[in-house]
Write a protein that binds this ligand. Sequence first.
Ligand code: ZN
Length: 417
Amino acid sequence: MAATTECGADSNALGNNMSLKKALSAASPLTLRVVAECPVTKARACDLILPHSDVSTPVFMPVGTQGTLKGITVDQLDGLGCQICLGNTYHLGMRPGPELIEKANGLHGFMNWKRNLLTDSGGFQMVSLVELSEVTEEGVKFKSPYDGKEILLSPEKSISIQNSLGSDIMMQLDDVVSSTVTGPRVEEAMHRSIRWLDRCIAANKNPDKQNLFAIIQGGLNAKLRKACLDEMTKRDVPGFAIGGLSGGEEKDDFWRMVTLSTDHLPREKPRYLMGVGYAVDLVVCVALGCDMFDCVFPTRTARFGSALVPWGSLQVKQKQYAKDLQPIDPDCQCPTCKRHSRAYLHALFKSDTAAMHHITIHNIAYQLSLMHSVRQSIIEGRFPEFIQTFMKRMFPSREQYPSWAVDALASVNVTLE
Ligand SMILES: [Zn+2]
């Protein structure tokens, strides 16, 4: 009987979600239900209810380019239990272009992906990839790398492309400044990002289907970041991202800006920390109160033969694995670890790009499984213990713990043993 009651409770919760979703669907196509909050740190586990499926947070979102993830198919991603991934607006907006994708029933139809998609504004790629870009109040001007034509990416244009792509979450166009830049340019970019947010809100043709997230800027300056938080949280957007970090700044500055942001973001809306994907950073930033993360690191590093494991990483190409018949990680449940040995992958790397695909699958599975374990520990009220075990496994000794992580965790009442 007990089991039936538990099942009943589960399906009730699901039923409540469904009715809540219906009731709120007119206002915003997103609902955040806080499932559990860590009594010690700022960590929380939530159900994020989006148009295409529910997402369990904290969540890591793999990054796709041109509508596909490098080294992995949509079916494989689905098989790993991925509930949301990123589409790249810059690449898709250039080629094949928004018109074709709209014809294919949006990016979901074009990719044949049934779960959620988040698209970026396209601005970051332009500033980082295109040398000849210029930011004015109107938008970001740049020369197309394909035909040299001058293109203006305005807040309106970015939203128009993202409306064509039909993503579940769209990002505002922001004025991106490298996190190592200081001075008046940071303040200018912060104020401009607020003005561009208002233009993005006004330009969104599908507010009932697509969620627009604001991006908190302000560089590494606490006063500017607080001013940006105050202004942006006055807008009734469905979610907030913490932007302008993870760009080579000191880790000590990084975590202080993250925790300042989560201190002032509303409890009932999702908090997305952009560009963060190292395992230690993920665990620490969950403790600081972030819900969503993305990073190209796990898939990019896979292409160099680096497999992510609970004790750091394993370089498959190294000689020591040539005769090693164990899987990458004996405790990993992913298709690669179930089927292939380190020795096989080592041999494959010499002749075949398939080795990269196998490691990409493992690395995404590692990220998803790490976040799943984090979430379970929050729900079961043992997240602080999880952090201790995680750190002990990741580093050979206490002396090797990064000092920023020790300080960041101490700020949320976790003293590393
Ligand atoms: Zn694996």
